[in-house]
Design a protein around this ligand. Structure first.
Ligand SMILES: Cc1cc2nc3c(=O)[nH]c(=O)nc-3n(C[C@H](O)[C@H](O)[C@H](O)COP(=O)(O)OP(=O)(O)OC[C@H]3O[C@@H](n4cnc5c(N)ncnc54)[C@H](O)[C@@H]3O)c2cc1C
Length: 410
C-alpha cells in the first residue's frame, strides 16, 4: 500500500484521504493555513456529489447540519423582493438545492472523519517536488524533505502543486472577485438567500447561517480579466469599501461585518483547464485540477466525484498509479467538461454592469420556471447528476473503520 501526500485540507483533500485510508493507504495531509479554513457560504450537494457523500457514510452528519432555507430572493436597493425561486423549484435542484451545507461545516465533517487516521500538518506547504521512477521527494516550507509514493494537489484554485508540476498556466480568470465572510444575522431573512445586484458589476448577498445570530455574506465584483488584485486583507477590505460605497440594501452592514470577520476569505473567480490532471506520480484534484467556479454551483460536487473516482481507480489498479490516473481522467472528464459550461449569462449574469442588464437578469429569474428559461436552467441544474459512478469495491467497504495514522514520510 502506498504512502500518499495530499496538499490542501479543503473539501477535496480530506474526502480523498478518507477513501484512501479505507483502502489501506497511509495518508499525510498538509495544509498551508494554521487551521481548518471554515469560511464560505453554503455549498450544494447535488446529484453525483450527494451519491458520493452517501457512499462515504457521511450523509447523516451532513443532514444534521444542513441549512433550513426557503429559497433565493433577488432584491432591490430598498430590500424589496423582485424575483424569487423557492427551494422546491426544479425538484429541489434549483439555485438553492435541497441539501445545502455551510462549506465550513462540510470541511469540519470531512476532517472529523479522518483526523484519527490521517497525519495532518497545518501551517506548512510544499515548495519543491522531485519525482523519479520509485517516488517523489518533497521539500517543505518548514521541516525536512520527505519521500512519498504519490503526491495529490488538492490545494485549490491557486494550487501550489499545480504551479510546481504543471507550470503557471491552467487558471482562466472569469473577471470577478469575491469575498466570503460571516455577518450578524439581521433577524428578518426568514430563510431566504437574498441577492442584490448593483450597477457597475456589483453583487452583494446574505443567506441564513446555521448558528443563532449568524448569517453568511458575500460581496462579488467584476474586474477586467487578468487585472492584478490585492493579496493583503487590509487592501482587499479597502477595495470592497471603495467599490461598494454608497450602495443601498444591507451593504453598509456587510461592509462593516467584512472589517471584523475572522473567516474573511477573498478569491478570484476562475476556472482551471488542463490537458491532463497528472504528471508521473503527481495528480491534481478538486479546484486545483478543474475548478468549474462558484458561478456553476458545482465545485464541491466535482471535487467529491473526483475524490471517489481517484480513490476507486487506485484500488482497482492494484498499485499501478499510471493506469489509475488515466482511468480517473477518463471517467471524470466528460462530467467535469459539462460542469465547466457556464450557466446562462455567465459572469455578466452574476454581476451585471448596467441597470438594463440587472432588469433583464431579474426578469429571467422571475420567469425561471417557465419557457424559455426553464429548459435552459434545467439543463444547467441537471449536469450535477450527469455521470455514471463506477461501483468500486471501496464503496462496499465504506463503513469499515479506519486504521490509526502512521508516521510521516517513508
Ligand atoms: C475559505 C473558502 C471559502 C469558500 N467559499 C465558497 C463558497 O461560499 N461557495 C462556493 O461555491 N465555493 C466556495 N469555496 C470553494 C469551494 O470550497 C471549492 O470550489 C470546492 O469545495 C472544491 O474544494 P477544494 O478542496 O478543491 O478547494 P478549497 O475548498 O479551495 O480548498 C483548498 C485548500 O487548500 C489549501 N491550500 C492552498 N494552498 C496551499 C498550499 N500551498 N499548501 C497546502 N494547502 C494549501 C487552502 O488553504 C484550502 O484549505 C471556498 C473556498 C475556500 C478556501
Amino acid at each position: 500500500m502506498a504512502h500518499i501526500l495530499i496538499s490542501g485540507a479543503g473539501v477535496a483533500g480530506p474526502a480523498l484521504a478518507l477513501l484512501l485510508v479505507r483502502a489501506g493507504h497511509q495518508v499525510s495531509l498538509i495544509e498551508r493555513a494554521s487551521g481548518l479554513r471554515l469560511g464560505g457560504q453554503a455549498v450544494d450537494l447535488r446529484g453525483a456529489g450527494r451519491t458520493v457523500v452517501e457512499a462515504m457514510g457521511l450523509m447523516p452528519a451532513v443532514r444534521a447540519l444542513a441549512l433550513r432555507q426557503r429559497g433565493m430572493s433577488w432584491v432591490d436597493a430598498r430590500g424589496r423582493a423582485r424575483a424569487r425561486m423557492g427551494v422546491d423549484a426544479f425538484a429541489g435542484e434549483g439555485f438553492i438545492s435541497e441539501i445545502e451545507i455551510l462549506r465550513g461545516d462540510l470541511a469540519q465533517i470531512m476532517y472529523d472523519a479522518t483526523r484519527q487516521a490521517v497525519q495532518y500538518e497545518f501551517g506548512n506547504s510544499v515548495v519543491e517536488l522531485r519525482q523519479d521512477d520509485q517516488g517523489v521527494d518533497v521539500a517543505f516550507e518548514s521541516g525536512p524533505r520527505r519521500r512519498f509514493d504519490l503526491v495529490v494537489g488538492a490545494d485549490g484554485l491557486a494550487s501550489t502543486t499545480r504551479r510546481l508540476e504543471f507550470g503557471e498556466g491552467g487558471m482562466r480568470s472569469l473577471g470577478c472577485l469575491i469575498a466570503w465572510f460571516t455577518a450578524p444575522d439581521p433577524g428578518d431573512l426568514d430563510g431566504w438567500y437574498e441577492m442584490y445586484l448593483a450597477r457597475g458589476g456589483r453583487n452583494a448577498s446574505l443567506r441564513p447561517g446555521r448558528l443563532p445570530g449568524e448569517a453568511k455574506a458575500a460581496l462579488g465584483l467584476r474586474i477586467a480579466p487578468g487585472t492584478a488584485f490585492p493579496s493583503g486583507r487590509d487592501e482587499q477590505r479597502s477595495l470592497l469599501r471603495s467599490r461598494f460605497a454608497g450602495l443601498g440594501w444591507r451593504v453598509p452592514e456587510l461592509l462593516s461585518a467584512a472589517e471584523s470577520a475572522d473567516d474573511f476569505a477573498f478569491a478570484e473567480i476562475g476556472q482551471v483547464h488542463l490537458p491532463s490532471w497528472s504528471r508521473g506520480r503527481v495528480v491534481l484534484l478538486g479546484d486545483a485540477a478543474a475548478s468549474p467556479s462558484p458561478l456553476t454551483g458545482l465545485g464541491t460536487s466535482v471535487a467529491l466525484v473526483q475524490a471517489y473516482v481517484l480513490a476507486g481507480e487506485l484500488a482497482a489498479a492494484g498499485g499501478d498509479h499510471r493506469r489509475a490516473f488515466a482511468r480517473y481522467e477518463q471517467v471524470c472528464r466528460p462530467y467535469v467538461d459539462r460542469a465547466q459550461e457556464m450557466p446562462p449569462g455567465g459572469a455578466a449574469g452574476f454581476a451585471p454592469m448596467s441597470e438594463a442588464m440587472i432588469r433583464l437578469q431579474t426578469l429571467s429569474m422571475r420567469l425561471a420556471t417557465r419557457w424559455p428559461m426553464r429548459p435552459m436552467l434545467q439543463k444547467q441544474f441537471g449536469k450535477a447528476a450527469d455521470v455514471v459512478l463506477p461501483d468500486y469495491d471501496l464503496v462496499a467497504t465504506a463503513r469499515r473503520s479506519v486504521p490509526p495514522a502512521g508516521p510521516v514520510g517513508r
